[in-house]
Design a protein around this ligand. Structure first.
Ligand code: ACO
Length: 380
């Protein structure tokens, strides 16, 4: 191949020189979709699902009713969605995973394997959304038992999804208070606008890929610690504090070290996270609440006061993770299952967004600003 001895200096202007389109790192502030599902009002601390307040949904709804509301727009307080059996081929896959696998990896793998057994037709439908949302709790419960050397438990069709999940996890029906508490957690976790995992699901299905691929990708996005939340770290934090008398000194020392207080602050909420308020009530009413809940409430008071003192410019309030921790612990989940509980709940929102994206029927394909070298010749 022949060519000039030295690369010729380019006479072309840099490709980005005339590109004046706005760039928003992380897409912050960019409206990338329209949705009728969830309204996150960060200034006033409101969260609405199709217009209904989250606090009312927690008090008077159930997870299946909320999922149906998201999928169909209809409110049916008596909606019934039992857990679905795990197909044999998917169970084989779960049996082959190492018991040390992270539960989020197991769940992501299970959803992907489920998709391979379903030959899901295009477009995704409400029936597909129901089927996948009903499958995943069974798959996770099966993995949680297999890794302990126990046999999986078949779903009980009489039980609603969350109660059925606890039954399949533990092999005994949960008491109504425990089932109700986890159901409340699932309701607050069901939907939250165009967060990273939901955006991932919408991007995937915008290519006319299928529902299982969209949710597999969404689980992958949620696995990251910046999204999957921090409730297990909240538990560690409260244990470190140890007693109410130590709270003030502990909080101040943590902030002096530059640490972040887990369960405080939020990208969108500048007011108290309404999900935290709902879950605090649930946690306080549980018979099986952890013995450190009172301490957590004392620590919260101190933390809010000191955060306001240290950051007068930025409202740092309690977020959902703070009170998710006692609820998830109180229902008997081990901390390594906390992120998967969030993912199971968010199946409702992910799949509802997939259905919306199908109607929007627009490939999501943003541009990148090119900042590499200007046009040039290859070296000789
Ligand atoms: N503790 C102490 N300081 C905090 C906290 C916190 N929890 N949150 C924010 N700040 C401070 C930061 O140090 C920063 O201060 P600086 O400007 O002096 O450096 C300022 O507030 C702004 O912080 P950002 O990270 O820019 O704010 P952002 O809105 O991007 O962060 C986040 C949101 C990641 C949730 C943050 O508040 C945080 O790390 N919280 C602790 C972890 C947590 O609770 N995560 C769960 C979030 S809810 C969910 O995921 C469902």
């Amino acid at each position: 191949m022949s060519g000039p001895a030295d690369p010729a200096p380019s006479t072309a202007a840099h490709p980005s020189a005339t590109d004046e389109r706005p760039y928003s790192p992380g897409l912050e502030g960019v409206i990338a979709a329209e949705t009728a599902l969830g309204y996150v009002d960060g200034v006033n601390g409101r969260l609405l699902y199709r217009g209904f307040r989250i606090g009312d949904l927690v008090e008077r709804g159930s997870f299946p009713a909320v999922a149906e509301l998201l999928w169909t727009g209809e409110w049916d307080a008596d909606a019934h969605l039992p857990a679905a059996p795990v197909p044999d081929q998917v169970m084989d896959v779960l049996r082959r995973l190492p018991p040390t696998a992270k539960p989020m990896d197991a769940l992501r793998t299970a959803v992907s394997a489920w998709g391979a057994t379903q030959a899901l037709p295009w477009p995704p439908t409400v029936e597909q959304a129901r089927a996948l949302t009903a499958f995943s709790p069974s798959a996770l419960a099966a993995f949680a038992r297999l890794r302990r050397g126990l046999d999986p438990v078949e779903p009980d069709p009489e039980l609603n999804l969350v109660e059925g999940f606890l039954y399949q996890l533990n092999g005994v029906r949960p008491d109504p208070g425990t089932a109700r508490a986890l159901d409340a957690y699932f309701i607050v976790g069901a939907e939250h606008g165009l967060n990273a995992s939901t955006f991932t699901a919408r991007v995937i299905v915008s290519t006319r890929s299928d529902l299982a691929s969209a949710v597999t990708g969404a689980i992958g996005a949620m696995k990251g610690p910046l999204h999957g939340g921090a409730p297990s770290e909240v538990v560690e934090q409260i244990h470190e504090v140890g007693s109410p008398e130590r709270a003030e000194a502990w909080v101040r020392e943590a902030l002096d070290r530059g640490d972040r207080l887990m369960g405080f602050g939020h990208r969108v909420y500048r007011a108290y996270d309404p999900r935290a308020a709902a879950l605090r009530k649930v946690a306080e009413s549980m018979d099986t609440k952890p013995d450190w809940l009172d301490l957590a409430i004392r620590v919260e008071d101190v933390a809010l006061r000191v955060l306001a003192e240290r950051h007068p410019e930025r409202a740092l309030k309690t977020n959902v993770e703070y009170y998710a921790a006692p609820v998830l612990m109180g229902v008997g989940l081990t901390p390594d299952l906390f992120p998967t509980a969030f993912a199971l709940a968010r199946h409702a929102g992910w799949t509802a967004h997939v259905l919306e994206q199908v109607v929007a029927s627009k490939l999501i394909r943003p541009d990148a600003r090119y900042v590499g070298p200007a046009e040039r010749d290859l070296p000789a």
